[in-house]
Design a protein. Structure first.
Length: 440
């Protein structure tokens, strides 16, 4: 199919019930976008649920069109987008701002995918500016949780306990050692942040920060009619062209962060490809740009979304690849895992018992996602720098970005790189010793 390859369940890949079952519960992460849309756009819960469902359907396009990844949000950029949208008055103007942003990002991604320019555009950005944008996105993610009125004030004990457990499960050297010896801990280690959500469901009511879940039966009830009449171009009309121009600096900053996900995707799939010579994994960044660019463009019209449409859900991709490496008996194809998982999350979104189970702690789920992403973004941002001068510039860019937004951050980065590097503006600092120390 031109740049795409059709992959249908039961026809081109075996359905994996283990990944499908895990997806049923991990839809809680998708649902944690709802508090964001309620906060930024003032959406009722059922309207925000409609956006999540539409996003879920479009998640399926990745594996169905031959992209072997578990897609997700552009998580590191969420604080940037929130900061951008909050500059506009709540109501129609803010919705128009978000539509403009997502449409511009979608069209840019489609253009770079069609022309094959994605890698070249990002390579022209000086390392110090790239480092600062990614670093600033990580800082902004953490700040959004702990700022006055942030989610930590609502769930202080639950977030503290949940994140201590999450970082222990995901990053602790001690847990990494003992899970190899204990099969039960090994299973927990492969579940990503799902155990954290289950713990939060119990802890939040015990410490009085959320009610016990009121389990309801049946199917969820998304409100598509209100979504399309009050929050899309169908009811509000197209935004003015000036809004699209205003969005460009933040859109470009978001694409730099997004491109980091593309690089991470390729590294993860190369590792999986090496472990399984029985299946050639075909990953094409230009095809990925076309798919998530199309998703953003479509969502900007039918359901603008604060989280945006990203190429990768890194935590789940790692979990699926680890099982894939165990051989064909464990997972028939890479599409078996990624496809079955995303069919599972879509099923979970439709089941009211699952939606009602996680509804009280959606704020904790979102805070957990932002804090983990903040940890990763700061680490990757630092490693983008090639020397100590780069890192100093990146620190200033990142701080400005987290406080003032992408336009000010880019302006500061360009001035600093011109003043410090002059004719070596694009090259930046040659810091081989620095890079060696970072890697060690």
């Amino acid at each position: 199919m031109g740049p795409f390859k059709l992959r249908l369940p039961f026809v081109h890949y075996k359905f994996e019930w283990a990944d499908y079952s895990q997806g049923l519960l991990m839809c809680a992460v998708d649902l944690s976008a709802i508090p964001l849309m309620i906060e930024i756009l003032g959406m009722p819960f059922e309207v925000a649920l409609a956006v999540v469902l539409l996003n879920g359907i479009l998640y399926l396009t990745h594996h169905l069109l031959g992209d072997p990844l578990v897609p997700g949000w552009i998580t590191p950029a969420i604080p940037l987008i929130m900061l951008y949208a909050s500059q506009f008055p709540e109501g129609a103007e803010r919705v128009h701002a978000l539509i403009s942003f997502q449409l511009t990002l979608g069209v840019l991604s489609l253009f770079l995918g069609v022309t094959g320019l994605a890698g070249k555009v990002v390579s022209l950005v000086p390392p110090a500016i790239k480092s600062g944008i990614i670093l600033g996105a990580g800082v902004a993610a953490v700040v959004s949780v702990f700022e006055v009125g942030g989610r930590f004030e609502t769930f202080p004990s639950t977030i503290t306990i949940a994140m201590a457990i999450a970082f222990y499960f995901i990053y602790s050297n001690h847990f990494n050692r003992i899970k190899k010896k204990n099969p039960v801990l090994g299973i927990i280690g492969k579940l990503g942040i799902l155990p954290v959500f289950l713990i939060a469901i119990v802890v939040a009511p015990l410490v009085g920060e959320a009610p016990w879940p009121n389990i309801e039966w049946g199917f969820s009830k998304p409100d598509f009619l209100t979504l399309w009449s009050d929050y899309t171009v169908f009811g509000l009309g197209f935004p003015p062209i000036m809004m699209i121009l205003t969005a460009l600096p933040t859109v470009f900053a978001t694409y730099i962060v997004l491109f980091g996900d593309i690089l991470q995707s390729k590294a993860l799939l190369d590792e999986a490809d090496e472990a399984r010579p029985d299946e050639k994994i075909d990953y094409n960044p230009n095809r990925a740009n076309l798919i998530f660019g199309g998703r953003n463009t479509i969502m900007s019209i039918i359901g603008p979304d604060v989280t945006m449409a990203g190429p990768l859900w890194a935590a789940m991709q790692v979990i699926i690849i680890e099982r894939y490496k165990e051989g064909k008996e464990a997972m028939h194809s890479i599409f078996s895992g990624s496809g079955s998982f995303r069919w599972g999350t879509n099923t979970g979104l439709l089941l009211l018992p699952i939606v009602s189970l996680v509804e009280p702690i959606l704020g904790v789920a979102l805070a957990s996602t932002l804090l983990i992403q903040g940890f990763v973004s700061v680490r990757i941002g630092v490693m983008e720098s090639r020397g100590y001068k780069d890192l100093g510039i990146a620190g200033i860019i990142g701080s400005i970005l987290a406080i003032k937004g992408a336009t000010w951050a880019f302006a500061a980065g360009i001035i600093l790189c011109l003043v410090i590097y002059g004719k070596d503006f694009f090259k930046g600092e040659n810091g081989k010793i620095f890079t060696k120390h970072i890697n060690e």
